[in-house]
Every structure is written in C-alpha cells, then in structure tokens.
Write a new protein. Structure first.
Lengths: 265, 259
C-alpha cells in the first residue's frame, strides 16, 4: 500500500516546536527535518538555511513546509537576523516555489507586534498588573493592527509575512503565518505576566499547526495570532478560532510565581 | 547671521525626487545629498548606501533624513534588493540613530500594496476599465489594509516601514513612510491607466515631503498613501489630508494620450 500521508518538511525540525510536532503529529504526516543537527527518528537534512543550493534537495517532493528555523532570539543582532532570518526565509520561499511545494506555514511571532507592549492596556498585562484591568473588557491586538515590531527579530517576522503574501499572489505558494506567542520547554507559563499572556501550550501548538497544514488549498493566505486561551490576553485569537476552527485546550490563569525561564538547548 | 535652516540629508539626492525637492525647497532647508553620483547643486557625499562606514559621515549634524536611494525597479532581483533596499535601509536607520537624527522620511511605495491590483475594484482602475466602476463609490486601499506586496521591491518597502516603527519605539528616531504612487519624469500621467491612478505630481510631491519634514516632533510615526487627487484612485489619501494637512493641487483625469 502506498504511503499517502502528506509530506511535511520542518525547518528547525530538531528544535522544541519541531519536536512537539513530530511527537504529536508523527502518525498523521510524513515528516522530514532540515536543521543544523539531526532530528531524532525522521529523515534529516543537516544544512544551514542561508545556503540555497545546499538546502534545495530537501524540498523535492514536499507538500507543505513548516518554517521554524531562525535565530530565535528576540534580542538577536542585525547581522545574525539578516542571515538567519531574512536570507533564510527568502531561501525557504524560493526553494518551495521551485520544488512546487503547495504551502508554507511560517512561524511568525508576537514580536512582530511587540511594540504594543509599551502601551496600556497591553503593558499592564505584560507586567502582570492585572488589577489595573477588567477581564475581557479591554482591547486586544488583532491581526489587523499595524505592524509594530519590538526588535530586528520582530521586523524579520513581519518581513516573512510580506514575502509570503508575494509568493502566494505571484508564484502560487500558499502561506499561513502564525504569530506564535511563547512555546515553553516545560510547558508551564506561571513565571511571569508575559508568559501567562502569550503562552501557547504544547498541545495547542500541535493543534494549530495541524490545522494550518490541513486547511483546504482554496484557503490561500492568512495571518493568525497563536496563543492558548489564556485568561489575560494581549492577542485576540478569535480569527484562528473562526477561520481555522482552532479550539485551544489550555488556558493560563492569573497566578504568578516569579522565577527565571531558561531553555536547556 | 547663523544659518538656522533645518539640515536635511537626501539619500538618492541626485535622482528625480531628490532633484525636485532641492529645486523647490532649497530656500527652506539646507539640503545635502548621499548618492552614487554628485548633485551639483548641494553638498554631496558620493558613496553606496550599502557601505555603512563610507556613508556614516554624511549623517553628522543632520536633522532629518529623506531616504530615497534604492534599486527603484519594482521588478528588481532578490540579490539587488537585499543589498540596495534591505541592507541599505538598515544602514540609514542605524546611522540616523547613532548621529542623533530626529526623523527619517522613508520613500515607501504603492508596491507594498501592489498585490491588491490583482483584485476588483482596483484591477479595473489599474487597467482603465472605468465603465465597470462608479466614481467615488468603490472601496479604496487605505494604510490599514494588510501588507500585500507585488515584488521583492514591495516587500522591501513594507520591511522599511516595520524597521521605522522599531526605531521609533525603541531608539527615539521618529519616521514617516510615504507610500508614493508614481512620480513621472515628464509629469504627465496620461501614459497609462496605472499612471492616471497613481500619479503624484511634482508639486504635490514637494508639498507632502515638506509637510513630513516640518511636522511637529511630537508626531512620532505614521504611514501615508501619497498620490495626487486623481479622478480614478486606488489608494485613499484621506489620511494624509487629515493628519498632515496635505492639499493636493493636481488631479489626473480619465483620458490617455494618443500615442
């Protein structure tokens, strides 16, 4: 019996989000990985995304790309972001076009809109000053707000969304852009107001990426805020619920136990 | 008597838009130019904007930077855009920050939204099929429409707007972004229906640039569609009229020239 699972290439497949996807969706899709190191258990191409020729073979025969690889630091320098986020993202869209990939799911970020954290009411949420707010009764940042990045990293995410629009309109590569909140290694957002607000739990991560991969081909281009259904939100997730059928299963509360968050890798 | 005119550096100061500004606003501002060639009428730095160290001195003592220099082709290659539009625009913002420049005025472009030309009603305007439309009764593309570029050039313009927002919020460098329609060398938009819709006449260009340079410092960041008051529009210019006081003096009609 031929394997008719969709072939999905994950750039950054060896990282946290890639690992969550492989763990939770590995039965449904035929995953491969393109990363600086091998992803355990799946076909892996080890190459740097800033090298178009080196990465091109990984795109052959692929239906959908999930583009996660980047300098993931919101404080990344211009030189690093230029190479690993700007150039790499061009390479992913261009290689996808050349290989006839149907869709790119781009890991955009809340940092494309992080400038809003400077202003109330979002600053209050960010700082955990929930007493200054009335729950469910303040404005949320939607996908229609003006682009307002908080870093070169955020600028590069906004750029990726714009590049995706161009490749959809002029080269037939559909793309979805997830403004991901914060996916935490230990899946526990209780350490700061910011984490409580932008948390995207592991299972909600898997669900919303699954919905993006699986959405009908007629759905060509879109941008979605992607967090769990947290009590104190900054970002409105109504659009993902309505247009994708996203039903978040997790909800961060209000209680903060301040401590440092550090990734192990 | 000391010269107290604001000092304005124009990147691309030897090009069409730069020359129009220098010719028409030279009494009001002390212009200098940064371009690949000299503008014989003003102090000029001849260097490529992608060369950070070479262009740095041109920013010293400047109040406002008008960033026009770019590969101007809407169909420019990725490699050329990366160098001349992406990296160059970073250089301009970063050097402006370091030199204490107050404001950058970025020549953004209608091409940041040119993907909208694929769809009605804007497709009809762009193609001159006015009989399919009722004048002043169709939706216009405003600055709040989602970004929809039609080339790497347009992507680079959207990127410049995002970069400006970041430098304003985090580095105190304010910026205005003009989504310029089409400034035509002979100032005659009857060359095509695209020209009729997008035309920004020479004097309207000078006016809106002047308004951006002289807007109060408390006005930190904005994006404006910038065309003349053309009969068949694609882009809404209401925001520039209201927020900047822009009063366009020219209006393209419906007729194309014979040739």
């Amino acid at each position: 019996m031929p394997n008719d699972k969709q072939k999905v290439l994950i750039t950054g497949g060896a990282g946290l989000i890639g690992s969550i996807m492989i763990d939770k969706l590995g039965e449904k899709y035929e995953f491969s990985s393109l990363d600086l190191r091998e992803a355990a258990g799946i076909k892996s191409t080890v190459a740097n995304l800033d090298d178009l020729e080196a990465i091109t073979p990984a795109f052959e025969g692929i239906d959908v790309i999930v583009h996660l690889a980047a300098d993931r630091s919101p404080a990344g320098s211009w030189d690093s972001i230029l190479k690993n986020n700007f150039v790499a993202t061009y390479n992913v869209f261009e290689a996808s076009k050349r290989a006839g990939v149907k869709r790119v799911v781009f890991a955009s970020s809340n940092h494309a809109e992080g400038g809003y954290y400077l202003d109330a009411p979002w600053k209050n949420v960010m700082d955990g000053d929930f007493h200054l707010l009335e729950q469910d009764n303040y404005e949320l940042v939607t996908e229609r707000h003006m682009i307002r990045p908080d870093s070169y990293y955020g600028v590069a995410k906004a750029y990726g969304e714009a590049l995706g629009s161009y490749y959809n309109d002029y080269h037939g590569v559909s793309s979805f852009h997830l403004r991901i909140g914060w996916v935490l290694e230990h899946d526990d957002p209780t350490f700061s107001g910011y984490a409580l607000s932008v948390w995207l739990s592991h299972r909600d991560t898997a669900q919303i990426i699954d919905l993006c991969i699986d959405a009908p081909e007629s759905h060509r281009y879109d941008i979605f805020n992607a967090t769990s259904d947290n009590t104190w939100k900054i970002f409105d997730i109504a659009h993902a619920k309505k247009a994708l059928g996203y039903k978040p299963e997790d909800r961060a509360g209000s209680k903060i136990t301040p401590r440092e968050y550090k990734r192990s890798d | 008597m000391p010269n107290d005119k604001p000092r304005v550096l124009i990147t691309g100061g030897a090009g069409l838009i730069g020359s129009l500004m220098i010719d028409n606003l030279g009494d009001k501002y002390e212009f200098s130019s940064l371009d690949l060639r000299e503008n014989p009428n003003v102090k000029s730095t001849v260097a490529s904007v992608d060369d950070f160290d070479a262009i740095a001195p041109a920013f010293e003592g400047i109040d406002t930077v008008i960033h026009l220099a770019a590969n101007p082709s809407p169909n420019g290659s990725w490699e050329s855009n990366l160098q001349n539009n992406f990296i160059a625009t970073y250089n301009v913002f970063e050097l402006s920050k370091r030199a204490g420049v107050k404001r950058v005025i970025f020549a953004s472009s209608n091409h940041a939204e040119g993907g909208n030309y694929l769809d009605a009603p804007w497709k009809h305007v762009n193609e001159g099929n006015y009989e399919l439309l009722e004048q002043d009764k169709y939706e216009l593309v405003t600055e709040t429409h989602r970004i929809r570029p039609d080339g790497y050039y347009g992507v680079a313009k959207a990127y410049g707007e995002a970069m400006g927002s970041y430098y304003n919020d985090y580095h105190g460098l304010n910026s205005f972004h003009l989504r310029i329609g089409w400034v035509i060398r002979d100032n005659d938009p009857t060359v095509s229906s695209h020209g009729l819709a997008l035309w920004l006449s020479h004097r309207d260009l000078v006016q809106i640039m002047d308004l951006c340079i002289s807007a109060p410092e408390s006005y930190k960041y904005d994006i404006f569609n910038a065309t003349s008051d053309n009969t068949w529009k694609i882009f809404d210019i209401a925001h520039a009229k209201k927020a900047l006081g822009y009063k366009p003096q020219d209006r393209a009609g419906s007729q194309l020239r014979a040739d």
